[in-house]
Design a binder for this molecule. Sequence first.
Ligand code: PLP
Length: 339
Amino acid sequence: MNDGQRLTAGLPRVRLAHLPTPLEPAPRLSAQAGGAPVWFKREDLSGLALGGNKARQLEFLMADAQARGAQAVVTTAAVQSNFCRACAAAGAMLGMHVGLLLRGTGTEELQGNYLLDSLFGAEMRFIDTRDPYDPAIAPALERFVADLRARGLRTQVLHLPGATGTLGAAAMVDTGEEMARQFAEHAIAPQAVFLAAGSGLTVAGVALAFKALGLSTRVVGISVQRPAGFMLPLIVERANAAAELLGLSVRLQAADIDIDDRHLGDGYGQVSAAGLQAMRLAGRTQGIVLDPVYTGKAMAGMLAQLREGRFAGGAPVVFLHSGGAPGLFAQAAQCGVPA
Ligand SMILES: Cc1ncc(COP(=O)(O)O)c(C=O)c1O
């Protein structure tokens, strides 16, 4: 397939990631999971400063910012945000200034993504809240932008899941399209793809791609932040705004996707017992690094559904490994129980 045929062909894009990421079977994990054979989509190997699902997304977001003449971008997320770390790295690669408004106090241990942000030269400010939807964030972001503009930098805001949500979801269509191509190459017809849902933009993009390409593979988002009742309408809205942006005629409906919110544990960023168990299983059967915030909980969600017998039978299920390894090192004390 050449670029002209891709669903995202109409969008500006700059190369930052190592793509395509591998799609590979996980036989030893499958044997322990006791359900359908499990394959991994290795978005954790997407390159860009330790990889993850955000690398591919930033190819579109940074290209869009450049097309608008930006010399700087400002974004906001948690202090251990993988997106912020990948954005800081992308800015370094492209020679763009990156401002990060991090949810935190600035007194956190300099570890994981926060450590990398500082190494990549991002300008960091802090906002003392845990809530990504806190109304104080938008004005703080505006002040940051105004300050950079006052310094003479043409500045663009990247706000996920806010105003940049449509483009962010459209970018993730490329993840789904790449998977569909790889399913055909491997001659597999997976029953389901499991993945962590934070903002839900990856679920939105992957599900939209599958629907546009006529795949019946179910997309199952394991929510790590918000209840399903909050996530579902947001995902559908973002997917359909992305469909419009891409000129696709299909539209996503809530019934097309599953959001499983039974694995939130004590909330976003908090290590859960089931997540930790899932991290150990992936590590001990496949040598794969999962993280406590996203992929550990997503794996716990997938394993629970396999145990419930939801996806029995011969066709595989796919775990979309969305990265997040740096965050593990910021929570070493909670994760590193010797056994
Ligand atoms: C490692 C990792 N996995 C999954 C996600 C969730 O992706 P989305 O925000 O598109 O739902 C994120 C988002 O920050 C992430 O960093």
